[in-house]
Design a protein around this ligand. Structure first.
Ligand code: RIB
Length: 294
């Protein structure tokens, strides 16, 4: 199964702070780093590091050499990345003393693939292949529709959540990978079991992976419910922990691994990622994950 990832590519400006700046407050950062990120790029790198074949589809600006280098270093195919004028999408990220983050994304025009871009990206993909997308690039509904029409398996990580999701053709989705906030937005529920039940009711043909951070993750597939506890670690920076889980999960699916093993590897990989600073840089190689496996 070939994987196409329709995803953002951001330059992450990460500021270490004691606590997140509150409304009206000015605070001093204790450190700053510039990293490769974007939910899309992070997930492509995680898929590739986990041993999968992925073609990244997105847009990079004039300053995006570091983003392309990171994809190439991880052996991600960049044939579907368009280079555009102007700056790349970027973020401002605060990481507090407990490793939690808050993220502002500025996408600008380079978050806006056109219909012609989407048609070109989908060339060479068809039945038996999969597209994964998050909710940072514009025109995701169009990609979702066109990919489903071409017979691709549509995998959706509705992150970040926004009101536009209500108009997405979500009946085309085969796999949802989401956390409690995203699951809550789609179902109106807060309890994990109620979210799973709500997803099953609304999208009866889809499978669902619900991640709960330190409380583990559930996978609902073919009427079977699996639970994977989280591995306990001291968090340094939780940025891209969810992307690491998603990428490892999708890579495992594409490689035909049993679901129990996929869930365990994804949980292990994301636990390694939260122990390191940065987004894409924090994602472990399959060898590291395998070495940590029981
Ligand atoms: O999920 C983490 C990512 O979200 C960061 O790398 C940032 O770029 C935002 O897209």
């Amino acid at each position: 199964m070939k994987i196409l990832n329709y995803g953002s590519m951001n330059i992450d400006n990460v500021y270490s702070v004691e606590h997140m700046a509150r409304p009206g407050e000015t605070i001093l950062a204790t450190g700053r780093g510039v990293f490769c990120g974007g939910k899309g790029l992070n997930q492509s790198i995680a898929i590739a590091k986990a041993g999968g074949q992925v073609c990244h589809a997105g847009i990079v600006g004039e300053d995006g050499g570091m983003l392309l280098d990171a994809l190439h270093a991880a052996k991600v195919d960049t044939a579907c990345v368009r280079k555009a004028a102007g700056p790349s999408s970027h973020t401002v990220i605060q990481v507090d003393a407990s490793g939690q983050n808050s993220i502002i994304v500025f996408g600008g025009e380079n978050m806006r693939p056109t219909e012609a871009d989407i048609d070109r990206m989908l060339e060479g993909f068809g039945p038996g292949d999969a597209v994964i997308m998050q909710n940072e690039l514009y025109n995701s509904p169009l990609m979702m529709r066109k990919a489903a029409q071409k017979g691709l398996c549509v995998i959706f990580n509705p992150s970040p959540v926004n009101e536009a999701l209500a108009d997405y053709p979500l009946e085309s989705v085969s796999w949802f990978l989401l956390n409690e906030i995203e699951g809550g937005a789609l179902t109106g529920q807060t309890d994990p079991q109620a979210i799973l039940a709500g997803m099953k009711e609304k999208y009866p043909n889809a499978s669902v992976v619900l991640t709960l951070g330190a409380d583990g993750a559930y996978c609902l597939h073919d009427g079977q419910l699996l639970y994977q506890p989280a591995f306990r670690v001291k968090a340094v920076d939780t940025t891209a922990a969810g992307d690491t889980f998603t990428g490892y999960f999708v890579s495992g699916l594409a490689q035909g691994m049993p679901l129990e093993r996929i869930m365990k590897r994804a949980a292990r990989a994301s636990s390694i990622a939260v122990g390191r600073m940065g987004a894409a840089d924090s994602i472990p190689l399959a060898e590291e994950v395998n070495a940590a496996e029981d």
